[in-house]
Design a protein around this ligand. Sequence first.
Ligand SMILES: *Cc1c(COP(=O)(O)O)cnc(C)c1O
Length: 395
Amino acid sequence: MKHVNGNEWKDAAICQHYFEDNSNYYGAVTPPIVQTTLFTFDTFDAFIEASNHERENHLYCRGVNPTTEILEKKLAKLECGERAKVFGSGMGAISATLFTLLEAGDHILLVNNVYGPATIYSKTLEKFHVECTNVFVQDAGEIEQYVKPNTKIIYYESPSTQMMYMLDIDTIVDIARRHDILTMTDNTWSTPFYQKPLTHGVDIVIHSCTKYIGGHSDVMAGAVISRHEIVDRIFEIGHQFSGAAIGPFEAWLLIRGLRSLEARLEHQARTTQAVVEMLKDHPMVKTVNHPLCFTGKQKELADRYLTGYTSLLSIDLHTDAFEDVRTVADACGIFQIGVSWGGFESLILPQNHGDNEAYLKEAHIPGGLIRLYLGMEPAEDLVSDLKQALDKIMK
Ligand SMILES: *Cc1c(COP(=O)(O)O)cnc(C)c1O
């Protein structure tokens, strides 16, 4: 940690060195994977002391592990939060957070397209008498009309990960504060490099670390970052009792993923420029949903909140037909058909399955929507692969 020389920690420096002290582990330049399930104590008194304060002590690996702790310290610092807790998946973090903070009689407000399984989880909480409303708004100010006296959490994504639609964070935070509501956002698309919601007054940030932070499509994890008081409660209840703990090796892979995060994002941003240029001009593409193509209010929001753009986008075709989106997906050679994103490999995923009309309508997703993730392959290859696939549906 010597290199800082009194300067503020920059994001890239946090990823490389923050909370790592080689002198604790033989001068090794990477931290050890502390592959253990429990820790032992010299005296019974020491054990009792540790078990009374498990959040700060190494006792059992469903609690705190030293390798995982390094990752948590880095994520909290990157998001300008007080504390982070890492989980075995993004859904582990989301479900633990909602389960901890919501009680019978509370109401949760989901705005626009929150991640599908998180929406279903929120609706499932109705069996514990937690009310859930999923609203669709153009403008964040419209959220206020859906607030109820028992609203406890407003949960949103900006940009959302299907339509890339942005919301005005300051407006959401203002509404929430006036009604004593917690705000929770999923920052997976932006990564901590390109947007820092806590600095705008948001209470809770969620990440699926399975995506860009892991970066290699080989590890599942999630994180929640917030104030001490909130993360401590989530640790005691949602983390300890739901049990979605991460293994030390997975935490180590994420520390490794963080080292190259900025370089990967910068490379992918250049690729995105090239691919978007082609898509904008393609006769079969009606709209390209990505901040590079935003105009008006959406552009203003992108300029205000984002310091960079990642490589997940969607296109809406001049056709709603299932046969057309299937033709495009099947015609791709480099873009592989699959869920998830954030790894090395480019992916294509139409939302229209030919049998899910009701879902598309409910989620406000057009039938011609195709989600694209641009990975680490050469930009020219991605451009030509997509272009020849789109050409196949030209009438
Ligand atoms: C993938 C994803 C999640 C869920 O994360 P998992 O690690 O798959 O459980 C949550 N939010 C967004 C935006 C995602 O893309």
